[in-house]
Design a protein around this ligand. Structure first.
Ligand code: P6P
Length: 350
């Protein structure tokens, strides 16, 4: 009997190919679904390397708490070996993986004072900025931490990269994202062109699967995220905005709820999904705490790709031209309407 004449009710239904939920990160990248032509094999390979590094760091982060329980103090372990701090381990992991395939010419990392050359091969067309493990001080209290990364093209016609390849505005990024080591490990990625997408890690199979396709931030949210413990150091306009956002004005959607984890990746991720505003403003004439190259720029690139805004409170983050590799910058990140409100206070219009 031909299969096609079989009268039994075949329970198999053809897969719904309209939704891409559930496909792997590798497939998503390989098939160019990030809005980048799959023809750029080097770029595809580089993004997959970042995915591999995230898997390796995940396994180390997940065991870190256990390390403390087993007496691995972060100083010397029971074998008397020097146990590196987790962010150093994450940094070494990322450098090792990014150096393997020869697509990454150099890295600027929060963990390294200077740029690190990985390849002088002319085929190494990209450079990477990375905060290997942001918020790592939270690991011993089991609060979510994260890895933040951005990819830039190396300048044309050069063998090795140099700092000028990094001291460029964030609008030159070709990809950016983060890995959130929370209740599950989530990698969120964009090339700017093809939207923002989240991939959840399944440790039982060692794969990232598409779980959040085409993330868009709400026009306005209902929470604000700022460390009010620093309010004495803020410019007066920030204090006025902070008082305004907490006013009891139901008809105007205020007060906003306060949410602050103290881990940038966690606070930014919540803001991206739910809307609202995250602010680490300038303090007492300084530039705030967050770094432009590997914290503010990757998030600014990603938030704008999701319909959000990112500013210093007055200038678009992605237009800033860095003067040094580790320079700090005020970061106001979130729903466009909420960032607009903040900027109006800083312009003295409210
Ligand atoms: P504060 C963590 O140390 C971090 O670099 C970011 O992850 C976080 O947003 C910020 O510092 C928190 O700083 O001054 O509020 O403790």
């Amino acid at each position: 009997m031909s299969l096609f004449s079989d009268q039994r009710n075949l329970s198999w239904n053809p897969p719904d190919t309209s939704s891409r939920i559930g496909i792997t990160l590798e497939t998503y990248i390989l098939e160019g679904m990030l809005g980048f032509p799959a023809a750029t094999g080097a770029f595809t390979s580089l993004l997959n390397q970042i995915g591999l590094a995230a898997k390796l760091v995940t396994s180390k982060v997940r065991r870190a708490g256990l390390a403390n329980v087993l007496g691995y103090t972060g100083q010397t372990n029971v074998q008397g070996e020097i146990v590196q701090k987790l962010d150093e381990v994450a940094n070494e992991t990322l450098l090792s993986v990014l150096g393997r395939r020869g697509h990454c010419a150099a890295v600027v990392s929060e963990e390294l004072g200077e740029m690190r050359i990985l390849s002088t091969d002319p085929r190494a067309k990209y450079v990477v900025v990375v905060d290997p493990l942001d918020g790592s001080s939270n690991i011993d209290v089991n609060i979510s931490i994260g890895t933040i990364f951005g990819v830039l093209r190396k300048g044309d016609g050069k063998l090795g990269a140099d700092p000028s390849d990094f001291l460029r505005p964030g609008r030159d990024l070709v990809a950016a994202g983060y890995v959130l080591y929370g209740s599950s490990t989530l990698l969120v990625l964009t090339t700017g062109l093809g939207g923002v997408h989240g991939f959840t890690y399944d440790p039982t199979v060692g794969e990232f699967f598409l779980s959040h396709e085409n993330i868009r931030i709400p026009e306005r949210g209902a929470t604000f995220s700022i460390n009010e413990g620093h309010s004495a150091r803020w410019p007066e306009a920030v204090r006025r905005w902070n008082a305004w956002i907490k006013e009891e004005r139901k008809e105007e959607g205020r007060p906003y709820g306060a949410r602050y984890v103290g881990s940038l990746v966690a606070d930014a991720h919540r803001t991206l999904l739910k809307g609202g505003i995250f602010a680490y403003p300038a303090d007492r004439g300084g530039q705030g705490k967050l770094r432009l190259l590997y914290e503010a720029n990757p998030f600014a690139f990603l938030f704008e790709a999701a319909g959000g805004k990112a500013s210093t409170g007055s200038d678009r983050i992605l237009d800033l031209v860095p003067k040094s590799l580790h320079e700090r910058v005020p970061l106001i990140l979130g729903s466009p309407r909420d960032v607009d409100d903040f900027e109006q206070f800083l312009r003295g219009e409210r």
